[in-house]
Design a protein around this ligand. Structure first.
Ligand code: SF4
Length: 380
């Protein structure tokens, strides 16, 4: 079997935010009046889908969204109670909460720690107020710094920070200043994303109407290089295109996605994978809650063909430092191996791929071209 069945992950999607960020195309609403009903629906789904994974043992739990940090400690606690009722988190399970800086205070940190949350993923994005206003974030740069200082004092030793580059007006100097500022705190993980203008977002509208300029690819690429140089000097492990970790602090939950391990996604729009089937919940809060109230989850699914397995493997593994293992591809069938070996040749000659000890990895040059290479390697 290509995918290992150890280390199950549970993802809970909290679809509420205080404000709509201009670049965001995740599933969320700024209406919170039916929050108690949504929490009941999430708990119902936990009960209904407890047998989706081969084992109830959980290696990771991840509260994402949306903005899960806007839940009260009592609400989070009731979700964790339901998880413990239906599943068996390992003693050393990684339990992550995505948090926005404006939700971080001494009381919330104390409560999250007491609930067993042992990893925080903080959505900073930038320390510059001009960038944050442009993104329509709810916090400002001062608040981001204050949240990180509080985290420093709180005893959380596994903290990830999200930053965005390739923003209009964020020149190289400002990008490096953001990197320097975030790493002046003892964070253990950094997720740094190039801004992507998703079609149905306010940002795309502003680009269409000329209010926001388009950042040239060359500038985005240069900032990615600055990021890699910075991370290398600081001794971070660049383990996925957009993710960097201190030794021992690679995200167990996200790595499970990228290495094809099974996970269950609870909540509207959440995806699940059991090694064979991929399922996704309806991305509509009202339909999701009604479905849970009738006891019939509104789920669509597909059973992965060997070709789907191959394509997903190439798409996800190539972006990681673990690369594509020729033995894994061989296990899928001779046709896939033949296609893979044929398609990598040009990129090996180009210096974008490296083939060593049966593993094909992106070189630094290849990291800039990951999407193009993956699309060549995939089978249509
Ligand atoms: S807080 Fe996160 S999920 Fe909510 S709108 Fe902003 S980017 Fe999207």
């Amino acid at each position: 079997m290509l995918f290992s069945l150890v280390g199950m992950g549970l993802y809970i999607h909290i679809p509420f935010c205080k404000r709509a960020c201009h670049y965001c195309d995740f599933h969320f609403t700024t209406t919170t009046r039916y929050r108690p009903r949504m929490l009941r629906a999430l708990k119902t789904e936990l009960a209904l889908r407890r047998d989706f994974l081969a084992s109830p043992e959980l290696d990771t739990i991840y509260f994402g969204g949306g903005t899960p940090s806007l839940l009260t400690p009592a609400e989070l606690s009731s979700l964790l109670d339901a998880i413990h009722r239906h599943f068996s988190p390992k003693r050393d399970a990684e339990i992550t909460l995505e948090a926005n800086p404006d939700d971080v205070n001494k009381e919330s940190l104390r409560a999250w720690g007491a609930l067993g949350i042992n990893r925080l993923s903080l959505g900073v994005q930038s320390f510059r107020d001009t960038d944050l206003a442009m993104m329509h974030r709810v916090h400002d740069g001062r608040e981001a710094g204050r949240a990180l200082t509080l985290l420093w004092d709180s005893g959380f030793d596994n903290v990830s920070v999200d930053l965005i580059y390739g923003l209009p007006g964020l020149d190289d100097e400002a990008w490096l200043a953001n990197l320097a500022q975030v790493t002046s705190f003892p964070i253990s993980h950094l997720s740094a994303y190039a801004l992507t203008v998703e079609p149905r977002t306010a940002w795309a509208h502003f680009v269409r109407t000329g209010r926001y300029p388009v950042v040239p690819d060359s500038a985005v690429s240069r900032q990615f290089d600055l990021l890699m140089d910075f991370a290398e000097r600081a001794g971070w492990i660049h383990y996925e295109i957009s993710n960097f970790a201190r030794p021992g602090k690679i995200s167990r939950h996200n790595s499970a996605y990228w290495t094809g391990r099974p996970y269950l996604g609870i909540g509207p729009s959440a995806h699940s994978f059991d090694g064979v089937r991929r399922q996704w919940n309806v991305a509509n809060n009202q339909r999701y809650m009604r479905a849970m109230e009738t006891g019939r989850p509104a789920i669509e699914q597909e059973v992965l063909t060997p070709r789907d397995h191959y394509n997903e493997y190439v798409l996800t593994r190539l972006r990681t430092m673990w690369g594509c293992h020729v033995a894994d591809i061989k296990a899928l069938g001779a046709a896939y191996l033949h296609h893979f070996e044929r398609e990598i040749r040009g990129w090996l000659d180009d210096g974008a791929l490296l083939y060593e000890n049966g593993v094909v990895c992106l070189t630094r040059r290849g990291k800039h071209l990951a999407d193009r290479i993956a699309s060549d390697l995939m089978m249509v």
